[in-house]
Design a protein around this ligand. Structure first.
Ligand code: ATP
Ligand code: MG
Length: 271
């Protein structure tokens, strides 16, 4: 693997999905599916019978208001959430299967790297776990735009910078499915743009990405959108189809229309 990588690009040798994912049979085209998934947390329903499929090699946005269930759904996908009923299938296997450990990357909403280590030591630590070497660690740091901060303790970084350290570490395992919980929070517009560019570069190489956000202006950057509100999936479409169905180009307005339509009982029926 080349240790040199321009900032803003993912090192070619660590591009996930560039081998096994692209050779999967067409029949296994869904990277991820949920079937009537129901989850309770704190004694109340948080996901209420959610059913959807995510095609391989796409960037799918998981959007919706705070508390809608995005993180809970992601936890179910990576197999760390107790499920009440229904199922989640990831890369053809039940979510949480041991075989998926190396094939699924998860960047949590709260950065999950070591605050008392430097950026470089975090990346090298995860590189050693995944057996990919120091050059890959340095390249991943450069890929998330943190080369200048490589020697800095994570504790001294900003929130957005810490998120990027988590992302760099997740990239090192070359996952076929990358689950990113609000990865762009706290990032300036330039870095956001760069990260979204990287997400699409990864998808073009066969990785499937599920990216949550409650910033609607990011919705238009996704290939597909899942809109989750109060534990229910109220849209599962491409941005273009959502715009066409609601008659507005503004996705925030489109979502508001979908929500209003669902709140209004069909004509002639009593609520
Ligand atoms: N540990 C927990 N115990 C009990 N209830 C929880 C717990 N974590 C989350 N919840 C509840 O589950 C619901 C969904 O939370 P979740 O974190 O999945 O939402 P979210 O869409 O990710 O929100 P945000 O955009 O704020 O991150 C919320 O009502 C929340 O209060
Ligand atoms: Mg969340």
């Amino acid at each position: 693997m080349s240790g040199v990588s321009a900032p803003g690009t993912v090192p070619a040798g660590s591009l996930p999905g560039s081998d096994s994912a692209s050779t999967q049979p067409a029949a296994a085209s869904a990277a991820l599916s949920a079937d009537h998934l129901t989850v309770d947390r704190g004694g109340r329903p948080v996901l209420r019978g959610v059913t959807f499929e995510v095609p391989r090699g796409t960037v799918t946005g998981l959007l919706g208001p705070s508390g809608g269930g995005k993180t809970t759904l992601m936890r179910a996908i990576v197999g760390v959430q107790v499920v009440k009923s229904g199922s989640v299938t990831v890369l053809g296997l039940p979510a949480g299967s041991a075989e998926l450990r190396r094939r699924v990357g998860y960047v949590t909403q709260a950065p999950s790297v070591y605050a008392d280590l430097t950026v470089r030591d975090n990346a090298r630590y995860f590189a050693a776990i995944y057996g990919v070497g120091r050059a890959a660690a340095d390249a991943a740091i450069a890929a998330v735009g943190l080369a200048e901060q490589a020697g800095q303790l994570v504790a001294s970084l900003s929130g957005g910078q810490r998120t990027r350290v988590s992302l760099a570490c997740a990239l090192l395992s070359s996952p076929q499915l990358l689950v990113l919980d609000e990865p762009t929070v706290g990032l300036d517009p330039v870095l956001r743009e760069e990260l979204w560019g990287q997400f699409h570069e990864l998808a073009a190489n066969g990785t499937t990405l599920l990216v949550s956000s409650h910033v609607m202006d990011e919705a238009g950057r996704c290939d597909r959108l899942l809109l989750l509100r109060e534990g229910e999936l109220i849209a599962d479409e491409t941005p273009a189809a959502i715009r066409a169905a609601t008659g507005t180009l503004d996705l925030e307005q489109a979502f508001l229309r979908i929500i209003r339509e669902r709140a209004t009982p069909p004509e002639g029926k009593v609520a």
